[in-house]
Design a protein around this ligand. Structure first.
Ligand SMILES: NC(=O)c1ccc[n+]([C@@H]2O[C@H](COP(=O)([O-])OP(=O)(O)OC[C@H]3O[C@@H](n4cnc5c(N)ncnc54)[C@H](OP(=O)(O)O)[C@@H]3O)[C@@H](O)[C@H]2O)c1
Length: 313
């Protein structure tokens, strides 16, 4: 008889449509390791998907834990290795099967809860910034800087030598984003204050995208990866093309990871956390039995940092 493990799945009859149920234990393909998951983190995107998905769908992108069965093709790490990993779905479970190209090993100085914050938010920040090329002495604007991606992006851009401007919508979050090494902070739509920008990481959308496009320097690049405030957007096209050399890049992590496996970026992020150059900000920690309440708090924007849930044995 196949043994079972517990996993989060969508059930349209329960609050927030998320529930923990028994499912069949994962079976690994040759290039997959089985991981006993210790901590998971929540992203707005997967919570949003859960609200629309069919019953039985298993959400979850970010996880950290220990390898309990190594990949039989010899790739990856041996049993007992502590790892962080990314899955396109189904990571919120006691055990997962994960391709070895989507995990990175953790040194003992990096705990599971910090590691669990890295996959989607950290990889998005890292790979989006890399679209801008060398950041040394470049002026970089991060919108939605108090968010999961924004908070990592400010730190990574500063680490890469950029002059970092963080945009927040609430004055009470100014001090928070300064802890992410932002050189300057703007509240609301004061983009002109520190323009022009060579690179913008934009995830707010709505009125914010047209405003930041106007504040780009010639040859400036705007990487758009979200539209939290709305995705039906009008902008002045002639102002955009007449500035000279501007680019607007549509970024979706799943596409970027086809070009470079998650293991590469995760290993870099883990190294930065280990040496103290990158610090996740965890605002909420809870047992995973509270998944529905935490998803609700995330949707209601009740906390600015990351939420991490611990998987109890
Ligand atoms: N394309 C991809 O591959 C990819 C990957 C990761 C994330 N995303 C998307 O990117 C966005 C950011 O992700 P995240 O995980 O950082 O989300 P998050 O933690 O929810 O952060 C959202 C940020 O946007 C700000 N914000 C929300 N509504 C706003 C508004 N109406 N005007 C101005 N600012 C507003 C928030 O400010 P407050 O703190 O004041 O609420 C917060 O700073 C989300 O839409 C997410 O779905 C896309």
């Amino acid at each position: 008889m196949t043994h079972s493990v517990r996993a989060v799945l969508v059930d349209s009859t329960v609050p927030e449509r998320l529930v923990i149920r028994k499912v069949e234990a994962p079976i690994a393909l040759p290039n997959q390791a089985i991981v006993q998951v210790a901590a998971i983190s929540l992203n707005r995107g997967e919570v949003r998907c859960s609200q629309q998905a069919a019953a039985g769908w298993r959400p979850g992108w970010d996880f950290a834990g220990t390898i309990v069965q190594a990949a039989i093709d010899g790739s990856g790490f041996p049993i007992g290795t502590r790892i962080v990993g990314f899955l396109p779905e189904g990571a919120w479970a006691e055990q997962v099967a994960v391709p070895t190209h989507a995990i990175a090993a953790l040194p003992y100085t990096v705990d599971f809860k910090s590691a669990a914050t890295l996959p989607v938010a950290g990889l998005t920040a890292l790979l989006a910034l890399e679209r801008g090329g060398s950041l040394l002495d470049r002026s970089v604007l991060i919108t939605g800087a108090s968010g999961g991606v924004g908070y990592f992006a400010c730190q990574l851009a500063a680490q890469a030598g950029a002059i970092v401007t963080a945009q927040v919508r609430r004055p009470e979050l100014v001090e928070f984003v300064k802890t992410a090494k932002a050189d300057r902070v703007i509240v609301g739509d004061e983009f002109d204050r520190y323009s022009p920008y060579n690179l913008v990481l934009e995830s707010v959308g709505g009125e914010v995208l047209p405003a930041v496009l106007k504040s780009l320097a010639p040859d400036g690049v705007c990487i758009m990866f979200g539209a939290t405030a709305g995705s039906d957007i009008t902008f002045n096209a002639s102002q955009f093309y007449s500035k000279g050399g501007l680019s607007l890049y549509g970024f979706i992590l799943f596409h970027e990871l086809k070009k470079q496996p998650a293991s590469v970026g995760l290993a870099r992020l883990v190294k930065l956390v280990a040496n103290g150059s990158l610090a996740p900000h965890i605002d909420l920690e809870a047992p995973w039995s509270e998944i529905a309440q935490v998803a609700r708090q995330l949707t209601d924007r009740q906390f600015p940092g990351k939420a991490v849930l611990h998987i109890q044995p």
